[in-house]
Structure formats: C-alpha cells, structure tokens
Ligand binder design. Structure first.
Ligand code: TIU
Length: 361
C-alpha cells in the first residue's frame, strides 16, 4: 500500500491495482492551430503540463502502475460526432474542418496525436473517445476490469472539461480517483481552481486531489521495486500453486517433476532428504513415483493454512504455506520460489519441513 498526502484526506492505494490516466495531451489542445485554439483559447498555457506528466508517468511505470492515455477525436467520416457537438459554440472552424495540423479533432490527423514528449509506449493503451468523458462509448471500463484496476491517478487536460467529466464517470462506476492538481490544467485558471475545489468539497464528493510532489513522494516509497501481485501474474501463479498441490496429494510424481526447473541451480530441501540440481530432483521424484506405483488408494491427505502467494513483477513469485497431514496429524511448512521461464512457471528453490508444534490457528 502507498499513501499519497491528498485533500480531503490521504489517498491509500496499491500500485498493482491502480492506473495513471493521462487525459487528452494532444497537439489539438496544446499547439497553435488546433481545436483548442479554434475555440478561442491560447493552447500554449497547457504546455507546462508536459514536464510534470512525464515525471508522473516515469514514476508510475517504475512502481508497476499501468499507464493509460486518452485522445478526444472522431472518425474521419464524423459518423460518431453528434451534430449538437459540431455546431456548439458556433466556431469559425468546427470539428472536422481543415487546419494547419489536419482536420480538427479527427483521428489519424497530426493534431489528434499525443504530443511527442508523451508518446505512448507500446504497453500503454490509448483510448480513443468521442466524448469528453473517457468511459462514454469506449472500452476503458473493460480494460480496467480485466487488469484489476480499481483506483485512478488522473492528469491531463482540461481540468473542468475532459478531466472532470472522466472523474465523474469513474466515480459513479466505483473507481477511487485522485486528480493531480499541477498535472492538470485549463485555459481558464479560475475554472481549474473551481473544478479542483468541487472534487474535495463535501468530504471528497468525487475523490481526492494531490499535487505532483505528493504523488511522486508516495510512489518513490515503493523504492522502485517490482510491482507486487499484479493481477495477471498473481492469478497465474496462484493457479499453478494449486495445480502443484493437487499433483502432490495425488502422488503424481511425473506431474510434480515438470514443475521444477531442469537446472543445476535448483535446490530442494525435503522432509528427510535434499537435492541439489534438477538431476537429483528428477532421480528423487522418479524413486517416489515407483513407490507410489506400488501403493493403492490415497497417497496423501493434507489441509493447507496460511497460504500466501506473492508475485514480484510479471515473472517471479513465492508460495508459502502451512499444512496439517490428515493421516498423522503432523504439521509442517513449505516454501517455494517460482520463476516464469519461456512462459511456464518453474520452481527454482523449495523447502518443506515438519513442525514439532502446532502452528497457531
Ligand atoms: N480534452 C478536453 O478537455 N476537451 C476540451 O474540449 N476541453 C476544453 O477545455 N475545451
């Protein structure tokens, strides 16, 4: 857990279940000749946000947080552009009209692109949205759901339009959101201030507000270490651990052997023996398999307690458990280190031992 000093009170979050959402940092809003300018605004006032958002993105990535970008824009045929949106404000240049950066707010045009300083990395989804809110008519909610994301750190432009609309959509969908006060901005400073004040009023009616320094300080406390318990890795290793357990109690030693890395670097400490290297492990498990073959019925029955599976990044993890053998009543403990290699989780170190005492309930 990481805690950000925020208003109206600290925002506690787990980076593995949180995403940095960067709203609409597009040339159309930040450069002359784009959509923002067509609405009568000075787009350059928003360019000061590029540096803090770059820092936030680097810190989020280092902490294992997902990073998601959005872009406001429409299909080239404007079939997803509500007529009411096109005529709003009676602009001299409307959405879809040509400009120095191509057609205003149209996907694929130069002005629609995210500014080069914040160009999305290959593993950072880009949400193309036709509305001000990032949830309306997009697959953002599906992406957040599949990645187990429940909290959002939001930055980008503009505070009272796309940032606020997205925040309200997210809040109503049950996401907890913190908006970065100096990582978001408006063409109108007083609207920026008012939008932030609305979020934190009434005990945080829409969420939290924190400044960049507070977010960076909180993320740095993660010590730049790997992301813990990322949903895909953690779900996979947990499933693998229980498959190993099922093979163990079934006495399926051929299956058990396949879980161990076939390498001289593997060490296994057993109950009454130990093995150094995959060859010794293979020999031991083969001997056990032959004993099992001559045994009828149940091989082993045991209950687990206090099982903890922890993943570090996407390819490393540990599994620790206490157990009680149902046959003898003896208790013990077991610990494994798992690494994913060529797509398969393998045990690289393991230890199992009996206890001569009852473990606490
Ligand atoms: N991204 C976003 O905020 N779209 C806008 O149209 N903002 C304005 O402030 N106009």
């Amino acid at each position: 857990m990481v805690s950000i000093a925020a208003q109206p009170y600290p925002f506690d979050f787990d980076p593995a279940h949180a995403a940095l959402l960067i709203i609409d940092m597009q040339r159309d809003f930040l450069e002359p000749g784009g959509f923002g300018a067509a609405l009568g605004n000075d787009p350059c006032v928003l360019r000061r946000l590029i540096a803090p958002i770059s820092r936030l993105r680097a810190a989020a990535r280092a902490a294992g947080m997902m990073v998601i970008h959005t872009r406001e824009g429409h299909r080239p045929d404007l079939s997803d552009l509500p007529p009411a949106k096109r005529v709003r404000g009676r602009p001299t240049r409307a959405i879809g009209d040509p400009g120095p950066m191509g057609r205003l707010l149209v996907r694929g045009e130069a002005g629609h692109a995210i500014v080069p300083e914040l160009a999305p990395a290959h593993d950072e989804p880009v949400i193309d949205k036709p509305g001000k809110g990032a949830f309306h008519a997009t697959d953002l909610e599906a992406i957040l759901h599949h990645r187990g994301i429940r909290q959002l750190v939001i930055c980008g432009v503009t505070t009272e339009v796309c940032v606020q609309t997205t925040l309200r959509e997210a809040n109503d969908r049950g996401y907890e959101c913190v908006v970065v006060s100096d990582g978001t901005g408006s063409y109108f400073p007083h609207f920026h201030q008012a939008a932030l004040a609305m979020i934190t009023a009434q005990g945080g009616i829409f969420g939290w507000v924190a400044d960049e320094a507070a977010v960076l300080a909180a993320l740095a406390k993660n010590e730049g270490g790997p992301a813990v318990n990322l949903p895909p890795a953690w779900d996979e290793l947990r499933a693998v651990f229980y498959r190993y357990e099922a093979a163990l109690v079934a006495g399926d030693f051929a299956a058990l052997a396949a879980f161990f890395w076939a390498s001289p670097h593997v060490v296994r400490y057993g109950l009454a023996e130990h093995q150094y290297g995959g060859d010794e492990i293979a020999l031991y498990l083969e001997a056990q398999r032959e004993i099992r073959e001559k045994t009828d019925g149940v091989w082993m029955a045991r209950d687990l307690a206090g099982t903890v599976v922890t993943t570090f990044g996407r390819d490393a993890g540990t599994a620790s458990t206490l157990f009680r053998r149902n046959d003898s009543g003896r208790t013990g403990r077991q610990m494994q280190t798992w690494i994913r290699m060529a797509g398969r989780w393998r045990i690289v170190a393991a230890h199992v031992s009996f206890l001569d005492f009852e473990y606490p309930a």
